[in-house]
Write a protein that binds this ligand. Structure first.
Ligand code: ASP
Length: 294
């Protein structure tokens, strides 16, 4: 995250917190709050989700999202969608209205449309900043620069996620992404895969991850982290352990937010920076943490 984007990230997080928490204060479910918070960030071009997402190799936006209800394990996921402004709303429709858990591509778009969502043109989601970024990445690739300068590790960031605990004692998690810069069309990362970039279970914890998706998927890292909470770790210890494991095992980079059903939470990242926010009855707190080691 460049210096000049910090304030915009903080504002985006503040807006997401306000939207989610307002619902929780009115007695809404954790799923409602997570969906609302994620949708606000999808609508904000600063993040890699919804409009403003990273572009695929062929210059299109292709998005993935997952939403999970920890009270009953109901889950909705969509991947490789190109014509939905808010993939997290489509994930919610899957969670609420389908016996299936996961839809991809045109089938996901059709399902969303059948349940009332409008389809947009993919070019409405593409912004000039991302066209420029893709152009530079592809120029670097042509020039034979190291792979991580144009894809994967260094340009895996800005996925959005939220976790929430409601007055009923239930937790939920959601993650939404445009994936990685210059990804091959059809590539799906960790974000929308159950147990990888997102998971929620009242018996363990709710988790959302960002970062280089392929290592996170290989380690099924979201489930790994919530299982540590179920085994007795605090969410903060489990969050740090997950990021340490990601790096030690596969050299991966990422960030994690983790929330237990008792309200304890944890965050960790080994990326240079991560934007985060927390709201409790004590009020909102947010910031961009810097990781000096990375
Ligand atoms: N994890 C996402 C992916 O690999 C990227 C990100 O977190 O920014 O698709």
């Amino acid at each position: 995250m460049p210096d000049d984007a910090i304030v915009a990230h903080e504002m985006g997080i503040a807006n997401a917190l306000a939207a989610g928490y307002a619902l929780l204060e009115r007695g809404a479910t954790a799923v409602d709050a997570v969906e609302a918070a994620v949708a606000v960030m999808e609508d904000d071009e600063i993040f890699d989700a919804g409009r403003g997402s990273f572009l695929t190799q062929d210059g299109r936006v292709q998005m993935d999202a997952l939403l999970m209800d920890g009270s009953n394990l109901r889950t909705g996921g969509v991947a490789c969608v190109e014509r939905l402004r808010n993939p997290i709303h489509a994930a919610r429709l899957v969670l609420d209205h389908s016996p299936h858990v996961y839809f991809v591509g045109t089938g996901a778009e059709r399902f969303a449309r059948q349940h009332g969502m409008a389809l947009c043109d993919n070019m409405e989601l593409v912004i000039p900043r991302e066209q420029e970024r893709l152009y530079k990445a592809q120029a670097a690739e042509l020039a034979g620069l190291p792979d991580e300068t144009f894809s994967g590790n260094l340009d895996s960031h800005d996925t959005v996620g939220a976790v929430a605990l409601d007055v009923h004692g239930n937790i939920a998690a959601g993650t939404s992404t445009g994936g990685t810069l210059n990804k091959a069309p059809g590539r799906v990362g960790d974000s929308s895969l159950i147990g990888c970039g997102c998971y929620a279970d009242n018996l363990s914890a709710a988790v959302s991850l960002t970062g280089w998706g392929e290592p996170i998927m290989k380690l099924v890292l979201g489930k790994w982290a919530v299982d540590r909470v179920a085994a007795g770790d605090s969410p903060q210890d489990a969050a740090q352990a997950a990021i340490d494991y990601l790096f030690a095992r596969l050299g991966g980079h990422g960030g994690i937010i983790l929330l237990g059903p008792d309200g304890r939470f944890g965050m960790a990242h080994n990326t240079p920076r991560m934007a985060w926010g927390v709201q409790t009855t004590a009020g909102p707190r947010l910031g961009v943490t810097r990781n000096e080691q990375s």
